[in-house]
Design a binder for this molecule. Structure first.
Ligand SMILES: *[C@@H]1O[C@H](CO)[C@@H](O)[C@H](O)[C@H]1NC(C)=O
Ligand SMILES: *[C@@H]1O[C@H](CO)[C@@H](O)[C@H](O)[C@H]1NC(C)=O
Length: 766
């Protein structure tokens, strides 16, 4: 019996394994029980086409799959785990993962992917973890993650991201952990993190952020409401301003190894849950007690700062004792306390001598402790005479030295070169020899009138070029030749009267171009040939009267166009053609009195923010905003002369609208607005100017609309009930991003209210 049974089993095994071997690609190892297939380190150039359909785990690590074509995995629809590390993947085609609706984990780390297309990750509707670390990502197209509604972890460390565009993480409704460490981020658009309402951990360390990203500022308080841990270490920031970080649930904040020289005592006062603050390894000498607002704070790490333990430190020490906050770190001076732990020094020992005595002591200490720089030959950082260089930061500065020639002899490893406030007048070709690693070059206020061809040649790593506040009226076409990485170019406050388009033909990487406050009067056709990647164009404060049709059409990725403070008399509709990615359009302060039908039609699909404020606008065609309804999020119409406003009923995505300071006529034609206000629960700031009996009242509080045909459904008394009626809704599982976004977004307040806010802030701050 047993032998019979055994042989039956044997027969079955033979059958099964023959089926298996038929289904198992020959370079792979297959486990039929676990339903896994592993083809590791096999030089495969494509996904093996014969993988068994029922496979759930597929491991393709260390192969040579250069490109993932559309539908690469369509034969294995049950996959839950897919490993594709070290596969030399350069390109992920649109729809490469289509059909993998059960995939939970996708690892694409250690490849050479440069771009994530909008549809590269389509179909991964169950994905929870996505690893894209150590690729060459420079660009993520907005919408790339829009289908990953279940993703918890997104890891993008060690890539080459410089810039995060608006809404790039849109659709990540369940994201908990987002890692962006070790990139080259210098700029985060104000809406870059919009919609990440479930995020609890964010890492931004080891980037190039010089300022605190706007998104974390107070006005964006609720952008990241659930974040408990924020890592910002190793970014070149020098100052933390008031309420720089405002995150209601933040408990751990890492600001170590930056270049902080000073911080406001209320920098973290909008982080009521903060427990641990790491400020170690900065340049802080004196620290004020923190303003109230951080009742949970238990530990502040100040190690590695040159903290000066004299009378100026006493308030901090006393505050720490009374608030039971542990201060880690040691005193950097004066001499007799140098090296003592901060907590080992009693407040009474923190004393100041007379000012001179103090300076003398400091001086003696400095000369005693810091050997002259030449004494460390192994770490010598070259620095021209009359300049100041910081070897550790790779910064070289000759700011405001009255120089008439660019100094020579900077250290070849210099990354930031600051030459602002000198008198160079013109930049001859090859002005910057031997500094090929400079990333950021500052030449503001240098009285520059002319830049010769190839003035910057050799600066292969230059990303930021600041030429603001000079006297440039033109630029020779080859001026920016040899700057393959130039991404941000600042030319505001110069003397341009025409758009210097020829000069931009040679800067293929340009993303942001600043030309504010010049005197450009016309925008001719084809301005942006050669800079097709441009995302942001700033032309505020010029004298532009005319824009040629399709003036900007080459920049199909243009996302931001600021045209405020010019002399346009019409919305430049024809010039918007071809700008199918435009999200932010500002026309503030142009003398546009009338907006005709379909004025924004060319950008109807993409536009998110529209500024038509302070223009003296008298009338808008009922169809002026045609097409914008579904997408527009912010709409600014304040400070005009409008008596009526177009029907806004189709504007379903609005988060901010400002209708203040318009002489609205509160009569039946305005009924659609009144009904719409009732529905949306947004702060609208619409006030009646007429008829006289309701002058100055908010449109929302005026009852006369009930008498209009169609107005019967309006409540008879002003509603404060909306607030209340929202509470029970909390039990209804509505996607959180829909609820939250609408709540806290600041509309520019009228001066009066603003004033009040400031008062209450400053009293709080003592
Ligand atoms: C993969 O290719 C490389 C170079 O062509 C070769 O040296 C290596 O032996 C190959 N490995 C396998 C497992 O075939
Ligand atoms: C342009 O000039 C105005 C008025 O002087 C100023 O408020 C604004 O900050 C300037 N903008 C830039 C980018 O220089």
């Amino acid at each position: 019996m047993p032998s019979l049974w055994l042989s039956a089993l044997g027969l079955w095994l033979v059958c099964v394994s023959s089926v298996l071997s038929a289904k198992c690609p020959k370079q792979c190892v297959c486990d039929q029980i676990q339903l896994t297939v592993a083809c590791v380190n096999k030089n495969l150039t494509e996904v093996p086409p014969t993988i068994d359909e029922i496979t759930v785990k597929l491991d393709l690590r260390s192969n040579d799959i250069q490109e993932l074509p559309t539908g690469a995995f369509r034969h294995s629809p049950y996959l839950t785990h897919l490993s594709l590390q070290r596969c030399n993947i350069r390109r992920v085609r649109e729809g490469a993962f289509r059909g993998l609706g059960r995939l939970v984990l996708l690892n694409l780390a250690n490849n050479n992917i440069e771009i994530l297309y909008q549809e590269s990750l389509d179909g991964l509707s169950s994905l929870k973890q996505l690893m894209l670390d150590r690729n060459r990502l420079e660009e993520i197209q907005p919408g790339a993650f829009s289908q990953l509604g279940f993703l918890n972890l997104l890891s993008l460390t060690h890539n080459q991201l410089v810039y995060m565009p608006n809404m790039v993480f849109q659709g990540l409704q369940n994201i908990k952990l987002l890692r962006l460490s070790h990139n080259s981020l210098n700029y985060l658009d104000t809406e870059a993190f919009a919609g990440l309402v479930t995020l609890t951990r964010l890492t931004l360390d080891n980037n190039e952020l010089q300022f605190f990203p706007m998104i974390i500022l107070t006005s964006f308080f609720c952008r990241l409401p659930e974040v408990t841990r924020l890592e910002m270490s190793h970014n070149p920031m020098t100052y933390l301003g008031e309420e720089a970080i405002a995150m209601p649930k933040l408990t751990h904040l890492f600001l170590d190894h930056m270049s902080l020289q000073d911080m406001s005592n209320s920098a973290v006062s909008k982080c009521p849950s903060l427990v641990h603050l790491d400020l170690s390894h900065n340049q802080l000498r004196v620290i004020q007690p923190f303003s109230p607002g951080t009742p949970s704070l238990a530990r502040v790490n100040l190690a590695g700062n040159p903290v000066y333990c004299n009378c100026y430190l006493r308030p901090l020490r006393e505050w720490a004792i009374s608030s039971k906050v542990k201060l880690l770190g040691t005193c950097g001076g004066p001499a007799h306390l140098s090296g003592e732990t901060i907590e080992g020094v009693y407040p009474s020992e923190l004393r100041c001598q007379s000012h001179e005595a103090m300076l003398r002591a400091e001086y003696e200490e400095a000369t005693r402790n810091t050997p002259p720089p030449t004494a460390e030959p192994e770490n010598k950082f070259k620095c021209p005479a009359n300049c100041v260089c910081q070897a550790e930061m790779h910064h070289s500065s000759c700011e405001n030295r009255g120089l008439t020639k660019i100094p020579k002899g900077f250290d070849p490893t210099t990354r930031l070169l600051d030459l602002r406030g000198n008198h160079f007048h013109y930049l001859p070709s090859g002005s910057f020899p031997g500094v090929g690693q400079v990333v950021s070059l500052h030449l503001q206020r240098c009285k520059i009138v002319d830049i010769e061809e190839e003035a910057f040649s050799g600066m292969k790593g230059l990303v930021y070029l600041y030429l603001s506040e000079n006297d440039l009226a033109s630029i020779s076409p080859g001026a920016f030749k040899g700057l393959p990485q130039l991404t941000y170019l600042y030319l505001e406050k110069n003397k341009f009267t025409v758009f210097p388009k020829a000069a931009f033909r040679l800067v293929p990487s340009l993303l942001a171009l600043h030309l504010e406050n010049n005197s450009i009067s016309r925008l001719e056709p084809d301005l942006l040939t050669g800079v097709e990647n441009l995302r942001s164009l700033y032309l505020t404060g010029n004298s532009i009267k005319h824009m040629a049709p399709r003036a900007l059409e080459q920049a199909t990725n243009l996302d931001t166009l600021h045209l405020g403070g010019n002399k346009l008399k019409d919305v430049p509709t024809e010039a918007l053609r071809g700008l199918g990615s435009l999200r932010d359009l500002r026309l503030t302060g142009n003398p546009i009195l009338w907006v005709g039908p379909n004025a924004f039609k060319p950008v109807e699909r993409s536009l998110k923010e529209l500024y038509l404020n302070k223009m003296g606008l008298e009338r808008m065609s009922p169809d002026s905003l045609a097409g914008l309804g579904p997408g527009l999020r912010s709409f600014f119409l304040e400070g005009n002369l409008l008596e009526e406003v177009p029907d806004l009923r189709s504007f379903r995505s609005l988060e901010v609208i400002n209708l203040a300071d318009n002489p609205l006529m509160c009569d039946c034609p305005l009924l659609p607005l009144r009904i719409w206000i009732e529905k949306v629960n947004l702060k609208v700031r619409a006030t009646c100017a007429n008829p006289p009996e309701v002058k100055g009242r908010r449109v929302k509080d005026v009852h006369t609309f009930r008498a209009c045909p169609g107005g019967e459904s309006l409540p008879s008394r002003p509603t404060t009930t909306l607030q209340l009626s929202r509470t029970p809704k909390a039990t209804k599982p509505k996607p959180p991003h829909l609820n939250r976004k609408r709540q806290v977004k600041m509309v520019k307040a009228k001066p009066k209210t603003n004033h009040k806010n400031q008062n209450s802030k400053s009293t709080k701050r003592r």
